[in-house]
Each structure stands twice: as C-alpha cells, then as structure tokens.
Design a binder for this molecule. Structure first.
Ligand code: TYD
Length: 216
C-alpha cells in the first residue's frame, strides 16, 4: 500500500515503558523536518477519549470491550490517522490493533476470528481501496517480563486502571500474544528489549528507524 505518510505504532504490556519514548521520537522526526501527529489508542479524538474513559473504568464483558475499542479506533482512523497519513505526516500512535489481539484476544481469551471480523468491519468505506485497516509501517514492541512490568507499575504514583489491575498471569498471556504477533509479522514488528536501561532502549529504537532509512 503506498501513501505519503509513515505510520508507526508503539506496543507492549502495561509498565513496559513505551509511552515515555513517543514524544522523544516525535522530536527526532521534527528535527529532520517531518510533520508529526502523535496520538494514542483507545483515544485520539473527543469521542474515542470518552470511550477510553469507559473502557478503563467500567466493568463489561469481552465482546462489549472489543466493540468499544473498535468503535474508538474507527473514529480515530477517520478523524485523525487517515487524514494525517494522506497529508504526509509521520503518525506515532501509542497502541493500535496489535493491542486488541494481545489484550482482548490472548489476555481475555476472546475469539480471534471475531476480532478479525471486527477489524475488517472497522475499515468499511474508509479511504483504502484494498478494504483493509491501514497497517503500521513499523511497530515498536517493548518487550518486558510481566514480573518486571508489575514491579514498575507497583511503583507508579497513579491508581491502577481496569487493565493495570489485572494479575500477572493476565499479562503473561498478553505478552505471549505479542510474541505470537511478532513471529507472524517479523518485518513489521521490531522487538525492543525494554529491560535495558532507558538510554539503551532509546538507542535500540533509533537504530531500528535508521535501519529502515527513516531517520539518519
Ligand atoms: P495505555 O497505553 O497503557 O495507557 P496508560 O499508559 O495511560 O495506562 O492504554 C490503556 C489500556 O488499554 C492498556 O491497559 C491496554 C488497553 N487496551 C486494550 O486492552 N486493547 C486495545 O486495543 C488498546 C488499544 C488498549
């Protein structure tokens, strides 16, 4: 699929430290003259941010959760991601569809085939002629052992949300979900060793972009 922009997603279990590198990467692209759109999922539009607030706080079953996530994604795609890619921006998105397959699929144990159907429905009538969701050009997967991530979350100042409050076994399943996604898409998904010191994590991330020829 050819498009003028560049779509990069950040993925990993809660506590892996991915979000702290999004703004840094945005600055690196801006320093090289690129226009950057930074966003996140669930969220990124006023409607999707309202759905995010519900998803992080309200009890619901796995299908309701998945439908709300894809509804938020649909709005985000139409309002933010597609227009930004069409005008040539670098889009940096903190989480995208891999999160759904890892959290709702592997974590909650929700049916993968149903998620794949919802994924296809989310792009109906959207800009892409091939009818598929725009796939990130690159996904930076921050891989950290669930036990280490739990330690980091325990030290965080804020109260855990509905996902962060899940037991470590949930995050083991989510981590396996990410590993399976990465094995199935080795060219798109680059593993970042999130157990390293922060500056080494950053260096590995930059190396991945230099390797693609997108930063220098
Ligand atoms: P997160 O990026 O962790 O936000 P914060 O760093 O502010 O806590 O995302 C919020 C949560 O949403 C996270 O626990 C994972 C969950 N999530 C899903 O379960 N499925 C999805 O498809 C997405 C995008 C997020």
């Amino acid at each position: 699929m050819s498009r003028p922009g560049l779509f990069i997603s950040f993925e990993g279990i809660d506590g892996a430290g991915k979000s702290s590198h999004v703004e840094g990467l945005a600055s690196a692209f801006r320093a090289q003259g690129r226009r950057v759109t930074v966003s996140r999922e669930p969220g990124g539009t006023p409607l999707a941010e309202k759905l995010r607030a519900l998803l992080l706080t309200e009890r619901m079953d796995a299908l309701t959760e998945s439908l709300l996530i894809f509804a938020a994604r649909r709005d985000h795609l139409c309002q933010v991601i597609e227009p930004a890619l069409a005008r040539g921006d670098v889009v940096l998105c903190d989480r995208f569809t891999d999160s759904t397959f890892a959290y709702q699929g592997a974590g909650r144990g929700f049916d993968h085939e149903t998620l794949a159907i919802l994924e296809r429905m989310t792009n109906m009538g959207a800009a892409h002629e091939d009818g598929l969701l725009p796939e990130p050009d690159l996904t930076l997967w921050f891989d950290l052992a669930p036990e280490r991530a739990a330690e980091r979350l325990a030290g965080a100042a804020h109260r855990p949300d509905r996902f962060e409050a899940q037991p470590v076994e949930f995050f083991r399943r989510v981590a396996r979900g990410y590993a399976d996604r990465a094995a199935a898409a080795p060219r798109r998904i680059v593993r970042i060793d999130a157990a390293q010191e922060r500056h080494r994590v950053w260096q590995q991330l930059i190396d991945a972009l230099v390797c693609k020829g997108w930063l220098w």
